[in-house]
Design a protein around this ligand. Structure first.
Ligand code: NCD
Ligand code: ZN
Length: 452
């Protein structure tokens, strides 16, 4: 199983981006076909029944499934001023160990990603540290000019945090959101939305417990936010992607809209309910909060029937010290990059989710929505981003082994079925069987191409 190193020929600068994945069950988009994938100079050259490694490195994938590299469109890799929580090296190591060959980073950093200059600074830092493909979302800003500039600089979306906007927005004012969406449509960049209409809260909730804290952000906040944003989207025609939705009713509402409006759910809202929050407290505290068991079941069953477009981790690392505080002071967010794939594969092994839908939710749809045209297919000409998966392997979630700096998880101790074995990014074996092989800086920095 260990990869055998061989010398490559052709362009010496790209020689470490040649690899032959031998004897895999290759995902075709509908099922599997047995064969090998030849990646040359970072791109898939061919898939065929029999291919000679020649002088390329080869990896024996017999008994394993080759899937397109997964794409996580919602991660907080922090870095810059918040590098003590996570940085591009550790965050992308967590991505590689989780089967994600591409991640899109959120803008609520220090400083926030709210100007083209700050976007470029992040890109520069990431180019020295990233181990997988990385692109950046920017903050929603009120000015048309900055919106245009952020889109031209390669931002993948403008993120609107309804509970606490990064730039000075009055989210209660429909006219301001309409202006944002008009600016975004003209710049051909999507708006991503954290949909909680928190301004409608009448009194400050009591915060004796995490459960009370969660009750202070009830489902109606999401419902109202989705309704308002959808109504304004219809007037503007802007592309809108809703982040981490928690209610089946939100998914249904969005599915009934045009294909410009898309939805995302997280593994924690699919797997965990308020019961877990009551039991483990800070380890399961995130926003939007976990919902009732009945709501969780509805969300899971809707997602497994294809009602959601995307599953994303909302990987939100913090230090244990920042989490362990009292309810109200504990920071919301949990790391998710290293638990998402085993959890989703476990749903496949139980027969709850089919593998075809898993690949759509974690690769095809993210690529389509965010314009990653050369990704998510194992076909000649596509990027050489491939993962190898053992569908039968059982493991136990153990956050002390995470590559992420955030070594805690509400899933700790859970047994999963279906595990990642290898991650190949642009033809480089970055992760294999517990070992991080990819060097810092080997991951490409991506710029969006919505307007091209
Ligand atoms: C996120 C974070 O920590 O950046 N936390 C979370 O609970 N999801 C912020 C956010 O996505 O709202
Ligand atoms: Zn988030």
């Amino acid at each position: 199983m260990a990869p055998q190193k061989k010398r490559a020929d052709s362009n010496p600068d790209l020689e470490d981006q040649n690899i032959l994945v031998k004897d895999a069950n290759i995902w075709t988009g509908h099922g599997f076909t047995r064969g090998s994938i030849l990646i040359e100079e970072g791109r898939i050259r061919k898939t065929s029944r029999r291919t000679d490694a020649g002088r390329h490195e080869a990896i024996d994938a017999s008994g394993l499934c080759a899937l397109p590299g997964l794409i996580d469109v919602h991660v907080h890799l922090r870095d810059m001023g918040l590098a003590y929580k996570e940085d591009f090296a550790t965050g992308t190591a967590a991505a590689a160990a989780g089967g994600f060959t591409t991640v899109l980073d959120m803008p609520n950093t220090l400083p926030p990603t709210d100007t083209p200059r700050r976007l470029v600074e992040k890109e520069r830092e990431a180019s020295k540290k990233a181990r997988v493909n990385i692109g950046f979302h920017a903050a929603a800003v009120p000015e048309a000019k900055t919106t245009q500039a952020l889109a031209r600089a390669g931002a993948f979306s403008l993120k609107l945090y309804m509970p606490k906007p990064i730039a000075p927005f009055n989210v209660e004012d429909d006219a301001q959101i309409r202006q944002l969406m008009n600016n975004a449509r003209e710049a051909r960049i999507p708006v991503t939305v954290h949909a909680e209409d928190i301004v409608s809260r009448k009194e400050t909730p009591a915060t004796d417990s995490f459960r009370q804290l969660a009750d202070g952000r009830p489902p109606i906040f999401e419902t109202r936010a989705v309704e308002r944003i959808v109504r304004i989207q219809r007037q503007t025609g802007c592309k809108v992607h809703f982040c981490h939705l928690t209610l089946k009713s939100s998914l249904d509402k969005i599915a009934a809209e045009s294909s410009s409006v898309t939805s995302e759910v997280t593994p924690h809202h699919l797997w965990l309910s308020q019961r877990v929050l009551e039991k483990v407290g800070w380890k399961a505290w995130m926003v939007p909060p976990l919902r009732s068991e009945a709501e969780r079941r509805r969300l899971l069953s809707a997602t497994c029937s294809g009602a959601s477009d995307v599953v994303a981790s909302d990987h939100a690392p913090h230090t244990v010290g920042e989490k362990e505080r009292q309810p109200g002071s504990s920071l919301p967010g949990v790391p998710g990059l290293e638990t998402e794939l085993p959890l989703m594969l476990t749903l496949v092994s139980k027969g709850t989710l089919n593998l075809s839908l898993l690949v759509k939710l974690l690769a095809d749809n993210p690529a389509r929505i965010f314009g990653l045209r050369s990704k998510a297919k194992l076909r000649p000409g596509y990027d050489g981003d491939v993962i190898l998966v053992d569908l039968k392997k059982r493991s136990r979630i153990d956050s002390s082994k995470f590559f992420s700096k955030a070594k805690f998880s509400p899933f700790d101790g859970m047994t999963t079925k279906g595990a990642l074995v290898s991650t190949i990014v642009s033809g480089r074996l970055v992760y294999h069987d517990g070992e991080m092989l990819g060097k810092e800086g080997c991951g490409p920095v991506l710029r969006s191409s919505f307007s091209s």
